[in-house]
Design a protein around this ligand. Sequence first.
Ligand code: KG4
Ligand code: ZN
Length: 333
Amino acid sequence: MKSINILGVETSCDETAAAVVRNGDEVLSNIINSQIEVHQRYGGVVPEIASRQHVENIGAVVTEALRAAAVSIQDIDAVAVTNRPGLIGALLVGLSYAKALAYALNKPFMGINHLEGHIYANFIEHPSITFPLICLLVSGGHTSLIYMEDFQNTRLLGATRDDAAGEAFDKVARFLGLGYPGGPAVEKAAAQGKAGLYTLPRPYLDKNDFEFSFSGLKTAAMNMCNKLNKNGSLNVYDLAAEFQEALVEVLVEKTFKAARRFSAPNVLVAGGVAANSRLREMMRLKSKISDIPLFFPSVKMCTDNAAMIAGLGYHHYKMKNFAKLDLNAYPGL
Ligand code: KG4
Ligand code: ZN
């Protein structure tokens, strides 16, 4: 059987990424150009600056992806590109680039859902995963529990009603003065502190559904920070540790409750927050106790990358699910 090489392009937020993946799971290259340094001085992603950075970098990132994969542009069978959800200006850069490339090469291209890409990252690294399964998707913009019968048949069990988990990490990092990107900054601070010395709420933990809410937890952390700051007794590390512990506990408990309720034989975690080492540790522990197998992507594959887009793109390619040149980008789902 002829090998199929897919070039993936991902520009939905603040990483300009390109990758070459063969036959859906053989990652030949995975190049990520992070804009962290550019956005750092603003304390978060500035959408207009992100778009301009993508324009400046996309050509070099794709060239590097081809070079690292040791394939020529002619060896590419199709281009897969994220076209939803994300920052609209940022998405349009990758989409326009992918369209132009596909048109020039006279090759097909496919529009990919970024969140499905995050989930697919697991299947690149663990091809033996079987359905049905419960997937916890935790990124900067989304926190959802999904029951997956297979790729086509999925059911949303619950989602956050306000802040996404990653968003809560980012906001807490900001007011604790830990900087951007918030998730890794809180994780680092938490490692130097101790959870349990301060007490924060575990929102929706006892509710019988699969909804989440992290805005109240964030506000409780903010109020505690202000109060302790006033009397000069704030220990940022302990507060970061307690915040992380509260959020992780809710995610872990609800995910495995869903697995039990729906008798799902596997649990899968995906998205940027899945890179968090405390979440990984507590998920592993719960998986062991519950005797339900657990899957995570490697840390590099948790956060935004184009290998997950190219990998999923292969399946769209096989189904001839090709996009037309009038395909648009969409900020939401
Ligand atoms: O999936 P992702 O890279 O982009 C989106 O699709 O949103 O996720 C980014 C989010 C950010 O909110 C970031 O703070 C969070 O994932 N994140 C983390 C960690 N690494 C990234 N949160 C907690 N701990 C981490 N180590
Ligand atoms: Zn993402």
